[in-house]
Each structure stands twice: as C-alpha cells, then as structure tokens.
Write a protein that binds this ligand. Structure first.
Ligand SMILES: [Zn+2]
Length: 231
C-alpha cells in the first residue's frame, strides 16, 4: 500500500520536473503563469492537475481545444513515481526525500542537457547545496572524501586538456555535487559507471554516423550511473 502512496507522491514531483525542464528550455518563469495548455493557452483546471489520472481521464487531450497532450508529461510523472519508490527503499523518510530530490534534480539536468546540450548551472548549485546538507547530516566530510575530490579533480583537469576541452566543465560540477550524496566507496561506481555507459553509446553513435567527431550529452550517463551507485 505504501508503495502506491510513494508512487503517487513521486508523480506530483515528476510533473513539476516536467514543468522545470520545459520552462527552463524556453527561458520562461518557473512560477508564472500557472499551468496552461501550450496550444490554446487556457489555464488547466485544478481537477485536471492530478498526475497520470487526469491524463487518462482526458484521454491525453486538452479539455478545451482537444489538442494532444505530449506523452512527455506522463513519462516524467512515471519517472518521478519510480524514483520516489527507489529513494525510499531502505531509508527513513527524511533521508529518502534528500535522495529523491537529488535523483529528480539530476534527471532534470540530464533531460535539459539531452535537449539543449547545455548544463543549467542553477540546478547544479541547488543539487550541491542539498548535497552539502545531506553529507553533514548522514555522512561525514572527512579527509578521505577530500582526497577523492582532489584526485578526481586532477584527473579531470588532465582529461580536459588532452581532450582539447571537449568535455564540459559543467559535468565536473555535476559529479562533485553527486559525490556529496554517496558513501566514499560508492563514488567509484558513479565515475566508472558513467564513463562505461557514455563510452558504449559514443561508440554506437560514432559507428552509426561514421564519424569520431561527435558531441554527446553526458549528463544522462552520469544520472544513470548515480542510480547504479545508490543500489
Ligand atoms: Zn488547449
């Protein structure tokens, strides 16, 4: 029973994540105007704001103009629900909320990066700030953790220059923010997992496009590897 509750709670956040992505990409204000149909601009009714259920009720169409509601709405809501259940597994509620928010913000960063090849630093800052609080409460900032960051930074700078600045510095800060949520021994899973996943896809894309000069949005692999590291 509790899982249904968690899932539903997660879908509400997922719906908000969708709004964040869409409005960030269009350079719009997050808080204003209230949710509206992007086709007819009519404000969405309160009873049509229930994640997933409203979508099914309306058969995926706007109540006023009958325009199809993009499937991405329901995709984000389901992801939000699943991430919530995942985050709550084996954690107390407050700690689970921290992990859930870290996952959701990472998902937003990854989706924006996929669509725009750009990392919106505001989300990295929020993630880093949350991570700092989380680390102080649930883990510790000890010498071992500082060492890991030091070594990682040196390797990153090295790769940054030999790749002729082809990897972004936004990715670096994304890694650092996520380190804050992970036990020291789990950090390696995040680093290696993302490189492996990103590498495999880069090879597939390079073969398809018959070119080695491709830019890949890397955040999605960092996000997926973060889930692996949390397991
Ligand atoms: Zn409409």
């Amino acid at each position: 029973m509790i899982f249904i509750f968690y899932f539903f709670l997660g879908t509400i956040f997922g719906s908000f994540a969708h709004l964040l992505c869409e409005r960030s990409l269009r350079g719009e204000n997050i808080a204003f105007p209230p949710s509206h149909c992007t086709n007819c601009q009519k404000k969405i009714l309160k009873r049509d704001l229930i994640p997933i259920i409203s979508f099914i009720n309306l058969k995926g169409r706007c109540r006023f103009c009958n325009e199809k509601i993009p499937l991405s709405y329901i995709f984000y809501e389901i992801i939000g629900g699943l991430l919530f259940i995942f985050a709550m597994n084996d954690r107390n509620f407050i700690e689970g909320i921290f992990i859930f928010l870290s996952l959701l913000i990472s998902f937003v960063i990854a989706m924006i990066d996929l669509k725009s090849m750009d990392i919106y630093m505001i989300y990295i800052y929020i993630l880093g700030f949350l991570g700092l609080i989380y680390r102080i409460i649930y883990l510790k900032i000890e010498i071992e953790f500082i060492k890991i960051i030091g070594i990682f930074t040196l390797i990153y700078i090295f790769i940054y220059y030999i790749s002729r600045k082809n990897i972004g510095d936004g990715d670096y800060f994304f890694y650092l923010a996520l380190f804050l949520f992970l036990k020291n021994e789990k950090i390696i899973y995040l680093i290696l997992g993302s490189i492996w996943l990103g590498g495999i896809f880069a090879i597939i894309i390079a073969i398809k496009k018959r070119s080695s000069k491709i830019k890949i949005p890397f955040c999605i692999y960092i996000f997926l590897a973060y889930i692996i590291a949390l397991l």
